[in-house]
Structure formats: structure tokens, C-alpha cells
Design a protein around this ligand. Structure first.
Ligand code: CP
Ligand code: NVA
Length: 316
């Protein structure tokens, strides 16, 4: 079936890029989660008829790389690994040339890189959908899987509160933007100096309007109190390896542990995008405890990205 036939909100996504959580409307984001849920439950099937996705990953990846590869296989398509080390990208072939050539071969590109501007440059030159597989600014595919996991736990998202404790990074940005679209209150708790980008905060608040709130606080307990999801991510993201020691000092006392879980709603779930460092941003107990949905969350990358690919490629 066409991805949009039972999901009219998705029709307009065919052929479009997904560079940011804001590239889908509130209605489209909710429809993507519904399609992901239906695909996961086997209530619908989509055949992409042998189409190809190119993966250009300039940073390491386990979940994103494998989940995109398996998602395409399950949709009847295939993935081609265009790792910069084995392609001419690593030797400096310009984005303008690479993007136009690859557009003649593959049907979509998933790109993991540093600058959001480089991703936008690919999207400018490519005539096929370009997907953000993580940049320094955003990780929008991750946020889809995260809110799918929260929706599975609570049935619906509107009015829930997600507390993100840690660095105001790419993952936090997409959680704020996507949460705002879905009516989820997002509270970011972080030490001073590690706040989310001010522009992303403003954009999130505009998207949220009066439907939900997006807040930044500098106290962990204040962030998590009564929340329905507690989320954290690494203190030093890829590309910040040199800052690791300074960040570990700055984030001392910010570990997502059982004491913080006890301050949340009794039904609260614990999330982490992974990879995780136990004993730093998350305790082993919080990670392995009964509230943890971290491995369901990792699985949901597969279902959420199947839905996204089906929508962008207009599967038949
Ligand atoms: N969460 C996530 O994106 O994991 P990878 O870096 O392994 O892809
Ligand atoms: N913030 C982390 C996420 C990894 C999936 C990073 O960018 O390294």
C-alpha cells in the first residue's frame, strides 16, 4: 500500500528532506508515529519496490546505521554504505558533485556529519530526499523513536512531561522541537553553560504555543519532579572528545540515578539514546531498572525509520 493511503497527513512528505524535527508538521509527526506503530504491530505492510538508500556517515554509529539498513531491507529496498573512508567524499570531492551524482543512483541519502550546514548543502544539491542521521545540531530520527516509546508506555502523548537531564545537545534539541510538535512538555535540566541552543529553545517555544511548555532549569530534581519520562545522553558528544575531562567535572552530580527516578511520576520511564556510560550520565541501576525502556527505544529506531522512509519515498 502507499504509505499515505491510510495516513493522509503523510502524502505531502513524499520527495521531501528530513533535516530537522521541524521538517514535519505536528499532524505529520503524529502520523509518522502511528505508521511506525502499525508497522511494528504488523497491521500494515509497505513495499518500496527495490529502492536504494545511500548512507554517508562521517561519525561512528551502531543503531542508526543498522536500523536504516534493516528498515530498507524490510521495506523491500536496499542500503549502500558510502562511508567517506571508502568513497571519494573522504578525498575531498565537493558536496555539490557527490550529491548530484548520487541522486542519479540512489533514491534517498541518510547523512551523519558534524555541521548542519553541510547536511543542508547536500539537500540543496541532491534531487532526492536527504535525511539527518545526526548532526551537531539535531538528531531528529532519534526523537521519533523516543516519542514512539513514550507513546507506547502511556497510550497518548499530549500533556505528558519529558525531563532531559544532561547536556543541551543535538539529542536535547530534537526532543524539544519534536516534543513541542506532539504536545509534550519538555524540561531540560543542565548545569550553567551547557544549555540548549537559544535559537532552538525559542523555535521550540513558538511551536509549542500554549499547548505545552519547553523549559530549561539548572537543578536536576526540579527537572525530573513528576515527569513521565527521564532522559539523558552522553556529556561529551562525538567531536567533543577533547572536552571530556572538563565536561565530567562540570556535570558532576548530574547522573540520572535511582534517586532522581524516585522523584518522577511513579509510572515514569527511563530513556537514553545510547551509547551510554554507566556511572557518568546514568547509573547502572537506572539503566537496568524496571522503569528502563532503553532497549525498546533502541528497537523503535527501526520502526520509526521504516515509517519515515516509507513516507519520504512514497512506498507502493
Ligand atoms: N542513538 C544513536 O544514534 O546511536 P548510534 O550512534 O549507534 O547510531
Ligand atoms: N549526543 C550524542 C548522541 C549519540 C547518538 C553525540 O552526538 O555523540
Amino acid at each position: 500500500m502507499a504509505a499515505s493511503s491510510g495516513y493522509p497527513a503523510l502524502a505531502e512528505l513524499k520527495g521531501r528532506d528530513f533535516l530537522s524535527s521541524t521538517d514535519t508538521t505536528a499532524e505529520q509527526t503524529a502520523a509518522l508515529l502511528q505508521l511506525a506503530s502499525d508497522l511494528k504491530a504488523g497491521r500494515t505492510r509497505i513495499d518500496l519496490g527495490g529502492r536504494s538508500l545511500g548512507l554517508i556517515f562521517s561519525k561512528a554509529s551502531t543503531r542508526t546505521r543498522v536500523s536504516f539498513t534493516v528498515a530498507m531491507a524490510r521495506l523491500g529496498g536496499q542500503t549502500i554504505d558510502l562511508n567517506p573512508q571508502v568513497s571519494q567524499v573522504g578525498r575531498g570531492e565537493p558536496v555539490a558533485d557527490t550529491a548530484r551524482v548520487l541522486s542519479r543512483y540512489v533514491d534517498a541519502l541518510a547523512i551523519r556529519t558534524f555541521a548542519q550546514e553541510e547536511l543542508a548543502d547536500y539537500a540543496h544539491w541532491a534531487s532526492i530526499p536527504v535525511i539527518n542521521a545526526l548532526t551537531d545540531l539535531e538528531h531528529p530520527c532519534q526523537a521519533l523513536a523516543d516519542y514512539l516509546t513514550l507513546q507506547e508506555a502511556f497510550g497518548e502523548l499530549d500533556g505528558l512531561t519529558l525531563a532531559y537531564v544532561g547536556d543541551g545537545n543535538n539529542v536535547a534539541h530534537s526532543l524539544m522541537l519534536c516534543g513541542a510538535l506532539l504536545g509534550v512538555n519538555v524540561r531540560v535540566g543542565c548545569p550553567k553553560g551547557y544549555e540548549p541552543d537559544a535559537g532552538v529553545l525559542e523555535q521550540s517555544r513558538q511551536l509549542a504555543g500554549t499547548r505545552c511548555s519547553i523549559d530549561v532549569v539548572h537543578e536536576a530534581v526540579a527537572a525530573v519532579r513528576g515527569a513521565h519520562a527521564l532522559y539523558t545522553d552522553v556529556w561529551a558528544s562525538m567531536g567533543q572528545e577533547d572536552e571530556k575531562a572538563a565536561r565530567e567535572a562540570a556535570f558532576s552530580g548530574w547522573c540520572l540515578n535511582e534517586e532522581l527516578v524516585a522523584e518522577a511520576d511513579p509510572r515514569a520511564i527511563v530513556l537514553h539514546c545510547l551509547p551510554a556510560y554507566r556511572g557518568l550520565e546514568i547509573s547502572a541501576g537506572a539503566m537496568e531498572g524496571s522503569s528502563s525502556r532503553i532497549f525498546d527505544q533502541a528497537e523503535n529506531r527501526l520502526h520509526a525509520q521504516q515509517a519515515l522512509l516509507a513516507a519520504l519515498l512514497g512506498g507502493t
